[in-house]
Design a binder for this molecule. Structure first.
Ligand SMILES: CC(C)(COP(=O)(O)OP(=O)(O)OC[C@H]1O[C@@H](n2cnc3c(N)ncnc32)[C@H](O)[C@@H]1OP(=O)(O)O)[C@@H](O)C(=O)NCCC(=O)NCCS
Length: 389
């Protein structure tokens, strides 16, 4: 494999947007290309990460985006892997560049769901579960993660207040992220008093339905070297890309308190990079619900089983703590435009490693890990990045 770099990364604001998926994708892509300091014709191929564009009566987003950029001849196809579509698309570009097929690729993740009412959006999202056994029986994603939370509470004594502390921290971080869906600091009491969505999970334990897009330009070492001084100096190295699958449905698993896909993808990534948890300066993990952040930290080996909750409550996962987690605000408060999420995590890594993160900057960050989960763990991709200058 050749060394692969993230040359640039950019995103739209997440939240409820009047723009369509194609407009959001175009905005993020143009910004990433500008940030890279390349010409649009340098892009040789692309991947679009998206799950729900059919809700806008538009599939086949690849040619739509490339035509919008003025390069309709460039091959581009959609990667759909539910909520892990974004990191899966990054992974495929990494494989293509690493294998020497292309030198410069565009990866854009996008989602637009605010045109759907709550019930319709919840139903669309449930198509990412094992629909026959879960969605069709009435199990929404809040319901499925509610079951995971209940199992974790039963097995390890995790409390609702500890879950709430994850939301408080991520809302605090998002406050300093201009592109975040929410800019509202909250307290543990706010979370505890918010409406129950799927017991034990409440409104503030859940990520919102977000629109948004994120984009990254990936390139080879040869391409990077040919670039003039300037923008290329911000490029970050992809040290590892781990990917794994898990059962589509929860009832097929022996233990609900772990996502095996995340365990496997994390091990693969650490092995590829020849690193361990202590070498990582901060993480962006898939906190679609507060419980998911705790499970992620335990699955990736940052905390022993049952101990992440206490660490969260003690503030260890704040940007100034010993294990900063989701300085962007995470899915919980930065937002979760499904197809964009995995690429958006890399935007945060790019900004942090280039010391562009303002009030949420993690001091002296050199290495970061991203963890992007599809549905309740049917798929997972873990990437490790390193500062290059
Ligand atoms: C929790 C949930 C049902 C709330 O949706 P909703 O009832 O349609 O909420 P609305 O859009 O009507 O918003 C009502 C209020 O709550 C706020 N809100 C909505 N979702 C929120 C969330 N997740 N966290 C915090 N506040 C939220 C809105 O900003 C709005 O506030 P306002 O009245 O001050 O403007 C929805 O966000 C949800 O299902 N989230 C999970 C999505 C999901 O499953 N993703 C896949 C993960 S695997």
């Amino acid at each position: 494999m050749r060394q692969v770099y993230v040359l640039s990364a950019a995103m739209t604001k997440y939240g409820k947007s009047p723009l369509s998926a194609r407009e959001l994708a175009l905005e993020a892509s143009k910004n990433a290309i500008d940030e890279a300091g390349i010409k649009v014709n340098d892009i040789q191929a692309g991947f679009i990460a998206n799950a729900f564009s059919l809700s806008e009566k538009q599939g086949h987003l690849g040619p739509i985006l490339m035509s919008g950029l003025g390069i309709p001849d460039i091959p581009a196809s959609t990667i759909e892997s539910a909520c892990s579509s974004g990191a899966s698309a990054i992974r495929e570009a990494w494989v293509n560049i690493g294998a020497g097929i292309y030198d410069c690729m565009l990866v854009t993740g996008v989602e637009k769901v605010s045109q759907l009412d709550t019930i319709t959006a919840t139903t669309y999202f449930s198509f990412g579960s094992d629909y026959i056994f879960e969605g069709a029986c009435g199990a929404s994603f809040p319901g499925l993660y509610g079951a995971i939370a209940r199992a974790h509470m039963t097995k390890y004594g995790t409390t609702e207040e500890q879950l709430a502390s994850v939301a408080v921290k991520n809302h605090e971080n998002a406050f300093y992220n201009p592109n975040a869906h929410f800019h509202k600091k909250i307290t543990v009491d706010d979370v505890m008093n918010s409406v129950v969505v799927a017991s034990p999970l409440k409104l503030y334990d859940a990520c919102p339905f977000s629109d948004g897009a994120a984009s990254a330009v990936l390139c080879s070492e040869d391409f990077l070297r040919k670039m003039t001084n300037g923008p290329s100096s911000k490029a970050i190295k992809i040290l590892a890309s781990g990917r794994a699958g898990g059962t589509g449905a929860l009832h097929q698993r022996p233990d609900l308190t772990t996502l095996n896909a995340a365990v496997l993808a994390g091990k693969e990534a650490f092995k590829q990079a020849s690193l361990s948890t202590k070498d990582i300066d901060f993480l962006e993990v898939h906190d679609c619900f507060t419980i998911a952040e705790l499970v992620a930290l335990e699955d990736l080996g940052f905390y022993p089983r049952g101990e992440a909750a206490k660490a969260e409550q003690e503030g260890q996962t704040k940007p100034s703590g010993e294990t900063p987690v989701n300085p962007s605000g995470g899915l919980k408060a930065k937002g979760h435009p499904v197809g964009a999420t995995g690429v958006g995590q890399i935007v945060e890594v790019f900004e942090q490693l280039n010391e562009m993160a303002g009030g949420r900057q993690v001091k002296d960050a050199r290495r970061a890990l991203t963890h992007n989960v599809g549905a309740t763990g049917g798929s997972c991709a873990v990437h490790i990045f390193e500062k290059n200058n």
